[in-house]
Ligand binder design. Structure first.
Ligand SMILES: C=CC(=O)SCCNC(=O)CCNC(=O)[C@H](O)C(C)(C)COP(=O)(O)OP(=O)(O)OC[C@H]1O[C@@H](n2cnc3c(N)ncnc32)[C@H](O)[C@@H]1OP(=O)(O)O
Length: 331
């Protein structure tokens, strides 16, 4: 390893909160039995909350944010991993409680890592990242609860974002009719290129509505929560399924039980952080086979470690399309 390496560092002290790209030494890396040379990381909505201090994502200071990274093992005392292995983590508090991926090196517990599928380059793995893996978990939940391509139209909220983009592309490739909800009408062509067959404005879902409205959706992937999720539930078909994975519109859920007790709607909660390892491996295997990898570049913009700080603000303003990856070049 190098004597020092670069990392986005968030700190909080008597003089306030600081965020900078700093030189840190390997001795500062947290406890862990596997050290990884990070080849690529990402900037997620959650990282933007951490960097800007908008949400209580960072649980201890100093913290290197970055819930995602993909890279090569350089040191390991874990019997499951050896130098040279290509790995990826998802969740487990990385970038929240434990130093994350927006750095040249990361050290984590081996049990948090899974081997990277051969189908993916490091950059492709990060274009997918926690957002894409979460999208896959949502699709798997719809399937587990009986939704199939011939059940009817599936709704995706926040569709031009990271989770929504991958969910839209996955569902379309699996043969579903996808109605994509976005706050950005300028992204209609992009969403159509991912396979959406209908584009709906977010404003259709943001105002308080009736407990039940016309039955439309056989399934839904929701990144919004709040009033949006309540309105989505109100429009679900009999015995349909909503996979809820986010809170972009808020933690609240101003709904009634009517969709659940009168239409037998299932609300499936999706957590990617503590998800069991078998489901993680299954999700990454499915991403290798069920996602059109030729679409990945169109979902992506690349930024440097230095860019992460200003781009975090734009991301929270909803001004960033698809996925933001952070390739970490070799010194
Ligand atoms: C990376 C994903 C995760 O971290 S999931 C991990 C587990 N879940 C959580 O930790 C919950 C907290 N995290 C989140 O809620 C998510 O990070 C997320 C699911 C909300 C967003 O992830 P994503 O990577 O898709 O974020 P983007 O910034 O790329 O896209 C967000 C999408 O939502 C739209 N949006 C923003 N504000 C609202 C709102 N008030 N109401 C409805 N929709 C909203 C935003 O504009 C983007 O979609 P768009 O098509 O542009 O409308």
């Amino acid at each position: 390893m190098t004597a020092t390496f670069r990392a986005v560092l968030i700190d909080s002290g008597a003089s306030g909160r600081t965020v900078e790209v700093a030189e840190v030494s390997p001795e500062q890396l947290p406890e862990g039995d596997v050290t990884v040379r990070v080849a690529c990381s990402t900037l997620n909505y959650k990282d933007a909350l951490a960097i800007t201090g908008t949400g209580p994502v960072v649980r201890s200071f100093p913290m290197v944010p970055g819930i995602d990274f993909a890279g090569t093992v350089v040191e390991s005392t874990n019997p499951g991993f050896a130098p040279g292995d290509r790995v990826v983590p998802n969740g487990w508090g990385v970038g929240e409680r434990h130093w994350g991926g927006l750095a040249e090196y990361a050290r984590v517990k081996g049990e948090w890592l899974i081997p990277l599928e051969e189908a993916f380059t490091f950059e492709q793995a990060m274009i997918i990242g926690t957002a894409g893996y979460t999208a896959m978990l949502c699709v798997m939940a719809l399937e587990r609860h009986g939704v199939s391509a011939d059940s009817g139209e599936v709704l995706v909220t926040g569709a031009a974002g990271g989770v929504g983009s991958v969910a839209t592309a996955l569902l379309a490739k699996l043969g579903y009719q996808v109605a994509a909800v976005t706050g950005r009408s300028t992204e209609s062509d992009y969403l159509t290129s991912l396979g959406a067959t209908r584009i709906l404005p977010r404003s259709d879902f943001t105002e308080p509505g009736k407990p039940l409205v016309k039955e439309q959706w056989a399934g839904a992937v929701d990144v919004a929560g709040g009033q949006v999720l309540a309105n989505v539930c109100a429009g679900m078909k009999y015995r349909s399924v909503v996979a809820a994975c986010g809170l972009a519109a808020g933690m609240g859920f101003p709904a009634t039980v009517a969709p659940f007790i009168l239409r037998a709607v299932t609300l499936a909660g999706i957590d990617s952080v503590l998800c069991p390892v078998d489901d993680r491996r299954e999700a990454w295997r499915r991403l290798a086979t069920d996602l059109d990898h030729s679409l990945l570049d169109s979902m992506t913009q690349k930024v440097t470690l230095n860019d992460c700080i200003p781009v975090a603000d734009r991301m929270l303003d909803g001004a960033v399309r698809g996925r933001v990856i952070v390739p970490i070049p070799d010194n």
